[in-house]
Design a protein around this ligand. Structure first.
Ligand code: IMP
Length: 192
């Protein structure tokens, strides 16, 4: 079986990846390899952060691995919050982050936004990137209780529900992360 470490301890992400990648691959988490390091994430792009994390793991632990980085890009705000999505307001409090985003957008009619995920896969010295994007619109107020992060504000184009109003399987069928993970899975299946 092919072993790969996923630079996360987030069980939701892990379950999603395991399901898509299939059982030919044994996907381990940071906890599984005993990594409790605070892995640096200081880049100013999703690519840089994903790469920084996978490169760190590869150089310290010598394992084939992958890492992801995601966030929300709002066109009218010069693609903010971007890599700062998790701490936009200076805290990890998502209510404050959402309030700040709504405040910055005000009543502007241009509410186009997209969620983006970038995965960096390191196999030996080779690095491969996989990207997933979903375009949508930011609402004027929160709608729905599901999901996490900015989900209550984001309605994908062509849909009437926000991510937070969708079931997990509805969201996972179309999300930025699912798209990037599907590309990773396709690559792994053709390579191994
Ligand atoms: P991460 O890199 O996947 O941990 O995502 C960083 C931040 O982007 C999260 O803390 C959320 O604020 C935001 N984000 C990423 N993906 C999503 C999503 O699917 N829904 C809502 N917010 C998200």
């Amino acid at each position: 079986m092919i072993q790969l470490v996923f630079a996360t301890n987030n069980t939701h992400k892990l379950d999603e990846v395991r399901e898509v990648v299939g059982n030919k691959f044994h996907i381990q988490t940071l906890a599984d390899i005993g990594c409790t390091d605070d892995i640096p994430e200081t880049g100013d792009t999703f690519e840089a952060n994903a790469s920084q994390k996978s490169t760190y793991l590869y150089s310290r632990y010598g394992c084939d691995c992958f890492a992801d980085d995601s966030g929300l890009e709002v066109a009218a705000l010069a693609n903010e919050p971007g890599v700062y999505s998790a701490r936009y307001s200076g805290t990890r409090d998502m209510e404050k982050n959402i309030d700040l985003l709504l405040h910055r957008l005000g009543d502007r009619p241009d509410r186009a936004a997209r969620f983006r995920t970038v995965i960096s896969l390191r196999i030996g010295d080779d690095e491969h990137f996989f990207e997933g994007v979903i375009e949508g619109q930011i609402g004027y107020e929160r709608q729905g209780n599901g999901g996490f992060g900015y989900d209550p504000l984001f309605t994908p184009n062509g849909y009437v529900k926000t991510f937070a109003q969708m079931t997990p399987s509805e969201k996972n069928a179309i999300s930025h992360r699912a798209i990037a993970v599907a590309k990773l899975a396709d690559f792994l299946k053709t390579k191994f």
